[in-house]
Structures are given as structure tokens and as C-alpha cells.
Design a protein around this ligand. Structure first.
Ligand code: ZN
Length: 474
């Protein structure tokens, strides 16, 4: 079998993946800033990480995954300017920063659970790691790559100038980067490009801690360096994030980490492209409107339709959001779900699949190992189910559930739920008639059948593309 290959932003090429200590893999992801709900554009990034992690596992790796929760220091501009995002929401809502962070962290966890995104092994809050950040800043100071001013402790970017240093990831020289940035900065920084490791003398900031340099709070970037180092070691195998993190946040993370440890920070930087409204127009908070998972659910979509919608696109390509595309993904979800729900016991319990399924497994694994080509993997999974129907041979359950370890649709759970909800024959017949009536858009008949089912003691719940029938009182 071919080795797992992935696009490394550091080299700008698809590389063979070789972790430091195989089969173990350390993976760090920049997590949410918890001051607003995470919109679907953010969710695409978290789904990408989830699929990458599951695909690595299918390829035989053991992944340890850490992700941060940013609850302090992320300013409204990435260049340290403006207001702290969490504090801005706290002031607007009349809450404490901790209440804001707790609320939006819970909301985030709720949504990732609905999307069946596995929780990271370590989910770490910035405010729980202030001493780790202080120790790291001290190391950077001791090594001569930072300096203290009345307004804060700054990373000395000029000192970190060099071919394998600042700009290595973004492929921009320091001067190009400076030209590209808005130069709002503290007057006492040596260079406008220097970034804050620790901010001092901001009496209006609500969250403050004592440090060797005075009371203050951390800059945004230092938390990722401190927490990835603490939980995953000085050198991590894979670091993920959106492409927007390349020029500032990740450049700064590399500078902080490598100037402190003298060792390479990340072996593979892997970045996902955006979810867009139309080609080139990013869905983002700053654009003013940002659809949430709850909006999709209220519109009658299953959360896993969004999961499958993202799976159907390459992670490095822009993905255009539309109701039609989500509806198409929902059809695929229903196709798999129906396959699982109607599978016979003998097929589900067979220790081995029919030999013809083996080729599909190989193609699925190969597609994922080819720079995480999820659209191709999805096509293979759909073909497997279609071929099973065509042959009238559904001895493919082991293969399909193995695919589902990456697809993440919980097909085994859907099958179990369907078995638990077996209906008496008359009810099953009415349900089937009503399903046909709804797909023929014969809503009058569908309503009449709904009344009859309700008389028989069933509660009928419709979504856009499916219906559920639950005995009343259950
Ligand atoms: Zn980060």
C-alpha cells in the first residue's frame, strides 16, 4: 500500500507523511475563540481535522490530538490592536468574561457533538495555562528574542530574521509582510512588526494576571505555542488551521516556539480552505452574516448532511455553500442510512464480507492517503453500496462500517435504532404509503395518513427529507 501523503504548507508540496515516533502522531489544532457561536465556516475547519484524524487512524496511526480554547488575548485585529474579543462580548452582554467563555464553549461542544466531531484528547483553555505561557515567554527573553517595554513584552522580529525563520511559512519576506499589515501598534515597540507576548498597563482589560513583568495578560499567539509544547512536546507532527492563520498566527507560533526550544516546532503544517458564499467570498463573522448549524437544523437538514457536504469537497479547495448542495449531501446521507437500517441480521453479523468488496476498501484507503481526497473516498463508499444492491449481495457491512469510521455517520447506531423501532405491520404499511406520498408531493394524502398514524398512537415528526414515527409517551 502507498504511504499516507499530505500537503505540507512548509514545503508547498504533497509529501509522504512520516511522523517522528510512528505509529504515534501528535496533532495540534487552533481551536475556537469563544466569544460568539462558531459558524459553519469555522465548523468546516473542525470537520477537516476530524476527518484527517480518522483517516490517519484508518492508515494505522495512533493520534494524540490537542486543541486550544481561546478565552483571552485574541484582539479584534490579529495584529494585537483593538479590543479583546471575549471582553467585548462580556461588556455587551453584561456578563463576566468567564461566563461568556463558558457559554460559547458549551455551544461549541454541543455543535461538534451533533456533527460527530470527536472531542480532542486534550481541550485546553488559554486562561488555565497562564503560568505555562509566562515560563515560555521567560525562555524567549532569556534567549534574547524578546524585550520588555512599558506596554508589554514583545517578540523581536528583527532578531528572528533569516531564510528559515520569519516568513518561512507564508513565503513572504519580512519587508513584504510589514508592507501588508496595518501598522496600528504601540509607540514603544522597536518595530511595528513585533508582536505582543504579554500585554502590560491596560487597566481597562478585565482579565489580568501577575507576571515577572507586571500585571497584564497574554498575547493571542503565545497560548498555542505554550499548550502544544505542554501536551505534545517541543516538536509536533501536524499542526492544522485555516489558511487565514498562515501569514500571522502560525508564523508567530513558529517564531515563539523555535526561539525558545531551538528545535523544529512543526513537521507538517496542514491548512484548510474556506467555506464561501460564492467563489472568492468567504463566510465569516466580519462579513456580518454567518449561518450556524442551528440554522441548518431549523431549515430541516440533518447535521450530518453538513458533515457529508464538507466530506464531499477537497480540504484545500474553496467550498461553495448552498442549500441545494446540502440537500444533495442529505440525499447521500439518507442513502447510507437506508442501507444500514434495512440490512438483514445475517449480513450484519457475517464475519467476512464478500470477496468483491476488498477492492473497494483498497480504493477508499488509497483515496484518503492521497492528500485526503475525501470526494473520491465518498464516491467509493457510494459505489460500494450501489454495487451491493446491484448484485443483490449485501455482505459488505464490515467494509462499510470501516468506511464509516472516517465518514462518521454512525451507520451502526442508525441500524440499531431502526431495529429498536420496528413497527407492527399495519403501521409499517401506513408509514411506507406516507413516505411515497411525500416524495410524490401528495401532501393531502400525507396529511390524511398522518392523522391515521396519530390515531394509532404515533407521533409524526417531519423534516425536509425524512420523517420519524415515535409511539406517543416514549
Ligand atoms: Zn493557534
Amino acid at each position: 500500500m502507498k504511504p499516507f501523503q499530505i500537503f505540507n504548507t512548509l514545503s508547498r508540496t504533497v509529501e509522504e507523511f512520516r511522523p517522528l515516533n510512528p505509529p504515534n502522531v501528535t496533532l495540534y489544532s487552533c481551536g475556537p475563540t469563544v466569544y460568539l457561536p462558531q459558524h459553519l465556516g469555522n465548523m468546516r475547519a473542525f470537520l477537516f481535522v476530524d476527518v484527517l484524524k480518522r483517516a490517519l487512524r484508518l492508515a494505522g496511526y495512533r493520534v494524540r490530538h490537542a486543541m486550544n480554547i481561546t478565552d483571552v488575548g485574541h484582539m479584534t485585529s490579529d495584529e494585537d490592536a483593538g479590543e479583546d474579543k471575549v471582553e467585548r462580548t462580556a461588556r455587551a452582554e453584561g456578563k463576566s468574561p468567564r461566563e461568556v467563555a463558558d457559554y460559547y464553549t458549551e455551544l461549541f461542544l454541543h455543535d461538534i457533538d451533533l456533527l460527530r466531531i470527536e472531542r480532542p484528547d486534550v481541550l485546553c483553555r488559554a486562561t488555565d495555562h497562564i503560568p505555562d505561557m509566562i515560563r515560555l515567554i521567560q525562555r524567549i527573553l532569556d534567549n534574547g528574542y524578546a524585550y520588555v517595554r512599558p506596554s508589554g513584552v514583545y517578540f523581536d522580529v528583527e532578531k528572528w530574521r533569516g531564510p528559515s525563520r520569519m516568513g518561512r511559512l507564508s513565503r513572504q519576506s519580512l519587508d513584504e509582510q510589514m508592507a501588508g499589515q496595518r501598522l496600528e501598534h504601540s509607540p514603544d515597540k522597536k518595530s511595528p512588526h513585533d508582536f505582543a507576548l504579554w500585554v502590560l498597563n491596560q487597566p481597562h482589560h478585565l482579565m489580568q494576571w501577575d507576571s515577572p513583568w507586571g500585571r497584564g495578560y497574554p498575547g493571542w499567539h503565545i497560548e498555542c505555542s505554550a499548550m502544544s509544547m505542554k501536551y505534545l512536546g517541543a516538536t509536533i507532527d501536524i499542526h492544522t488551521g485555516g489558511t487565514d492563520h498562515i501569514p500571522v498566527h502560525h508564523e508567530n507560533e513558529i517564531a515563539q516556539s523555535e526561539s525558545a526550544t531551538g528545535r523544529p516546532f512543526v513537521r507538517y503544517f496542514v491548512h484548510n480552505a474556506f467555506l464561501v458564499e460564492k467563489p472568492g467570498v468567504k463566510i465569516s463573522k466580519s462579513a456580518g452574516k454567518f449561518p450556524l448549524l442551528s440554522d441548518l437544523v431549523s431549515a430541516g437538514f440533518h447535521p450530518l448532511a453538513f458533515r457529508l457536504f464538507c466530506f464531499g469537497a477537497k480540504y484545500r479547495s474553496e467550498l461553495v455553500f448552498s442549500d441545494e448542495a446540502i440537500a444533495a449531501a442529505q440525499k447521500n446521507f439518507e442513502y447510507f442510512a437506508q442501507f444500514a437500517r434495512t440490512l438483514g441480521d445475517s449480513e450484519a453479523r457475517a464475519a467476512e464480507d464478500s470477496p468483491w468488496a476488498r477492492e473497494y476498501r483498497e480504493r477508499f484507503v488509497e483515496a484518503l492517503g492521497n492528500d485526503l481526497n475525501t470526494p473520491q473516498a465518498l464516491a467509493v463508499a457510494l459505489e460500494l453500496a450501489a454495487e451491493a444492491y446491484r448484485r443483490g449481495d449485501r455482505h459488505v457491512w464490515n467494509t462499510l462500517t470501516e468506511f464509516d469510521s472516517v465518514l462518521g455517520l454512525d451507520l451502526a447506531g442508525l441500524r440499531e435504532a431502526a431495529r429498536g423501532a420496528e413497527f407492527p405491520p399495519e403501521v409499517a404499511r401506513l408509514i411506507e404509503q406516507r413516505r411515497a406520498a411525500r416524495s410524490d408531493r401528495n401532501y393531502k394524502l400525507a396529511d390524511e395518513l398522518r392523522r391515521r398514524l396519530e390515531e394509532l398512537g404515533y407521533e409524526v415528526r417531519d423534516t425536509r427529507d425524512s420523517s420519524s414515527y415515535v409511539p406517543k409517551g416514549v
